[in-house]
Design a protein around this ligand. Structure first.
Ligand code: ADP
Length: 295
């Protein structure tokens, strides 16, 4: 049984005043964990800290018996990481690059390396492209290659930072299927600003904003909490300012040239509002004030 990742009182400030992480407490069990938040929330800082690439100012991270901050080498043996900016050599083939990463990961036997590289390329559906150069890969293929590299050495803890940004819907779907296959008895932490990534994949999640955990739990339970409290109405675009003064608008969208507003309210908010079935987007937008959401 894989260990639990326990983050306690984690703080990180850049320079003298950019508070990227403020008293972060999280307990993450095996399975897919979604870390959702807008740009600048602190997600990458948290991911890089768990991945032992930077240190917190204070606080602790434990993975099972291990201290992540002070036992970096031990953690790195058990860790797979797909960073937001994944660099590789465009003129190298997928096979050669992965074999190179495998030797860096310490898989020293040539035979073992070949077997693992072949198995991983098959797993991410890139085996038939193994002789192609990485520079010619599409965004989706690159991300799948990134996952193959993160899975080298059979890690127990896998971190993927904003992996679906820039993928088209088909590629994203393919990538989601791949992630859901690996998330069964390992910890997979997926950081994203895309709500669908979490609603499709994760059984546990946290929303972070301005360095703080705003909500943590099971997505379906979080939706249930607001289920009877979401309302919608179609208004004219020119009325938006007036409505935003009166109501707690969680999100807006255009519909056939008119503006649909989604409103959080304990009670029926008044004329013309209809009940709306709540979803994870509503949870997200009621957790973070609309005017603070720039992503
Ligand atoms: P996210 O991944 O959610 O977009 P980040 O962890 O990248 O958030 O950033 C959190 C905050 O810390 C932002 O205000 C960002 O500008 C700042 N930040 C991130 N990295 C650095 C750095 N190396 N030096 C200074 N400020 C940084």
């Amino acid at each position: 049984m894989a260990g639990i990742l326990k983050i306690e009182n984690l703080n990180k400030t850049y320079g003298s005043d950019v508070k990227a992480l403020i008293d972060i407490d999280l307990e993450i069990e095996p399975g897919m964990f979604g870390l959702l938040g807008p740009n600048g929330a602190g997600k990458s800082t948290l991911m890089r800290t768990i991945a032992t690439l930077q240190e917190p100012d204070s606080g602790s991270i434990r993975f099972g018996e291990l201290d992540v901050v002070n036992q970096k080498q031990e953690i790195r043996k058990r860790l797979g990481y797909l960073p937001q900016e994944f660099g590789f050599y465009p003129k190298v083939t997928a096979w050669d690059m992965l074999e190179h990463f495998a030797s860096l990961k310490g898989i020293s036997s040539h035979k073992e390396r070949k077997e693992e590289v072949a198995a991983l390329l098959q797993r991410v559906h890139l085996f038939e492209h193994r002789r192609k150069k990485l520079g010619g890969f599409s965004g989706g293929m690159r991300q799948r290659f990134g996952i193959a590299q993160a899975l080298l050495g059979n890690p127990e803890l896998i971190i993927v930072d904003e992996p679906t940004a820039g993928l088209d819907p088909k590629e994203r779907n393919h990538f989601h299927n791949l992630l859901s296959e690996i998330g069964e008895n390992k910890i997979v932490i997926l950081s994203t600003h895309i709500v669908e990534d979490v609603s499709e994949l994760c059984s546990r999640m946290a929303i972070i904003h301005k360095g703080r955990v705003m909500m943590e739990g099971n997505p379906l339970e979080a939706i249930a909490v607001i289920q009877d409290k979401m309302w919608k109405k179609l208004i004219e675009k020119s009325e938006l300012v007036e409505y935003s003064r009166q109501y707690r608008i969680s999100s807006t969208r255009l519909q056939a040239g008119r503006q649909q507003i989604n409103v959080f309210s304990e009670e029926q908010p008044g004329g013309g509002f209809e009940r709306k079935s709540a979803n994870l987007e509503d949870v997200y937008f009621t957790t973070i004030p609309l005017e603070e959401m720039e992503a």
